[in-house]
Design a protein around this ligand. Structure first.
Ligand code: PLP
Length: 291
């Protein structure tokens, strides 16, 4: 079951709609061009986790695309309505809250915005413990492209995920579960739907590292929350540039995202890598405590 609520100026709390029947115009540019932005957040324990960070990133993504979207209060009201509708029918441990804003129909000045709530996929939950096998794939851009070519919208969470989904299918056809993108100059970027983290241990010192945002990757809200918790717990923090060799040398590598949370990587390009159980347990505890 998916709960659906449109942001609609005539309905201050949002307009509840039926997700099982067609609701969008075939002329909507979100459909015809993938022209829009979105967020996926985790709803668990009666809370939408990191909602402030998701709303802030939605606003930045929209601004990057020159999209005008409703105020935060309007999104929050629609989210509450969607959650109420979802909880009334299928209360469950973990659900995905999606916020979507498109450019709307061609020729119209207003966009189309909606919220959905649906059950979280089971696979992502299982992989938090089993771990995943990943392959490295060349994204085809070098690590300085974001600054040189802002029209590529690097770092914005746009609806144009066909390339990301194709990379995941490519991984599956090659016997892997997921992908870490590498730039054409061999710098580690991100997963198609996740941020890369790696950790090192040196005696009692622990260090958590993620690729630098200058490479044009999406600023991950999960990575941000984990870094905050890790710093409070006395870990050192570091930001790339990272190369594939850094991944192979680490005590642990993880893909993190809002819905999947923290997924340990078992192998990269079929080579088994380190999985430090203690570091994994500490990071998992931090992720579970994210509010
Ligand atoms: N990078 C990409 C390309 C993503 O699509 C996502 C999430 O979907 C992430 C990183 C992780 O972001 P977050 O932790 O905010 O979910």
């Amino acid at each position: 079951m998916t709960a659906l609520v449109f942001l609609d100026s005539e309905f201050p709390a949002g307009r509840v709609a039926d997700a099982t029947i067609p609701q969008l115009s075939v002329l909507d540019q979100g459909v015809t061009r993938g022209d829009g932005v979105f967020e996926s957040a985790l709803y668990t324990g009666s809370v939408v986790r990191k909602i402030d960070a998701h709303l802030a990133r939605l606003r930045v993504s929209a601004a990057t695309c020159d999209l005008v979207i409703p105020e935060e209060a309007v999104w929050r009201a629609a989210i509450n309505t969607a959650i109420e509708a979802f909880d009334a029918v299928i209360p469950c441990d973990e659900a995905v809250v999606k916020l979507i804003a498109t450019r709307g129909n061609e020729g119209n000045n207003s966009g189309t915005c909606w919220v959905t709530v649906s059950q979280a996929p089971a696979l992502g939950r299982a992989q938090r413990e089993s771990g995943i096998d990943v392959i490295l794939l060349d994204r085809g851009y070098d690590s300085t492209v974001a600054e040189r070519s802002p029209w590529l919208l690097m770092g914005a969470k746009t609806l144009s995920y066909a390339v990301n989904m194709a990379a995941l299918r490519h991984a599956k056809k090659n016997g892997a579960d997921d992908v870490i993108f590498i730039s054409s100059d061999d710098i580690v970027l991100e997963g198609p739907t996740s941020t890369v983290l790696l950790a090192h241990r040196d005696g009692t010192a622990k260090r958590l590292i993620t690729p630098t945002l200058e490479t044009g990757i999406l600023p991950g809200t999960t990575q941000g929350a984990i870094f905050e918790a890790a710093q409070a717990a006395g870990w050192e923090l570091g930001y790339g540039p990272l190369t594939p060799a850094h991944l192979m040398d680490a005590e642990g590598v993880w893909l993190v995202s809002s819905v999947r949370l923290l997924t340990p990587v078992n192998s990269i390009d079929r080579t088994t890598i380190n999985r430090d159980a203690q570091l994994h347990a500490e990071l998992t505890a931090m992720v579970n405590a994210i509010g």
